[in-house]
Design a protein around this ligand. Structure first.
Ligand code: COA
Length: 260
């Protein structure tokens, strides 16, 4: 599928999706949001893809936000529709059964921070800067920022970032739990790929149900989340992968998961 605003490559079971509008610091216009949806649909569908690295083109930005040139023209009705479309695409990324790691190679602001938060894991270059500066534009975040930020870093820290519109560096993002790891810029993609390959070496059914259990548990009371966990735990006992994983442990050899 040809993309205008993304680069999409697959190498040895890893899809690399690069938001590719470097002259606009990879700002997300409507077309790019639609292409992200198509790209994730492709990832879901293709059996030769086990996981995703999501990053930005160029050395300066992961994604510097939603495209302000487009936002500046919106009225209340299309503004709401735009937020809903963006939210739906980011939720699709969050629910992707294959692991998605964001490699933050620079500015991850506004919609870029929101996109990163929808990914399962975030690794930042030491040059990355993050924030939700929407209040400076007279708006609030519209692609999940008011919700996912508070869930990730807690209400107090989320409100501080949202209300001050301050940008924070990678070290501070790590300190507050907004990113999982910070690495030198030169090592970013290699480290993100190393972590992704560690995950995709496991059984894909167990990986998918693990992501799903965490996602479903985030929105329900603890008891309901524990029910989800128990059923997936039971379900996985029917897989060849569970048999292989446990047999390999008992035989003191590496497991070879078949994905069944
Ligand atoms: N939407 C549209 N265009 C954007 C953009 C965005 N979110 N972020 C950057 N760009 C464009 C700039 O308009 C500029 O385009 P031009 O060369 O045609 O004028 C180009 O990308 C380079 O950006 P520039 O501002 O010149 O780079 P900088 O290094 O001086 O500043 C930032 C970098 C990230 C601090 C600055 O671009 C910025 O504040 N961007 C907006 C961040 C934001 O508010 N995001 C939330 C949006 S909801």
């Amino acid at each position: 599928m040809p993309f205008q605003n993304l680069a999409f490559d697959v190498h040895d079971r890893v899809a690399t999706i690069r938001v590719n509008r470097p002259d606009k610091l990879n700002a997300l216009n409507d077309e790019t949001i639609a292409e992200l949806d198509d790209a994730i649909a492709l990832v879901e569908r293709r059996d030769d893809i086990a996981g995703v690295l999501l990053t930005g083109a160029g050395a300066k930005a992961f994604v510097a936000g939603a495209d302000i040139a487009e936002l500046s023209k919106q009225g209340p009705t299309d503004g709401r529709a735009r937020a809903r479309r963006g939210q739906a695409v980011f939720s699709r990324i969050e629910r992707c059964p294959k692991p998605v790691i964001a490699a933050l190679n620079g500015f991850a602001l506004g919609g870029g921070c929101e996109l990163a938060m929808a990914c399962h894991i975030r690794i930042a270059s030491d040059t990355a800067k993050m924030g939700q500066p929407e209040l400076k534009l007279g708006i609030t975040p519209g692609y999940g920022g008011t919700q996912r930020l508070a869930r990730l870093v807690g209400k107090g820290r989320a409100l501080q970032l949202l209300l001050t519109a301050d940008l924070i560096d990678a070290a501070e993002a790590y300190r507050i739990g907004l990113v999982n790891k910070v690495v030198p810029a030169a090592d970013l993609l290699a480290e993100a790929e190393r972590m992704l390959r560690q995950i995709i070496a496991f059984g894909p059914v167990a990986v998918a149900l693990c992501i799903e259990a965490v996602n479903r548990g985030a929105d329900v009371p603890l008891g309901a989340g524990l029910e989800v966990e128990a059923s997936y735990f039971g379900l996985l006992s029917a897989t060849e992968d569970m048999h292989e994983g446990m047999t390999a442990f008992l035989e003191k050899r590496p497991a070879r998961f078949a994905g069944r």
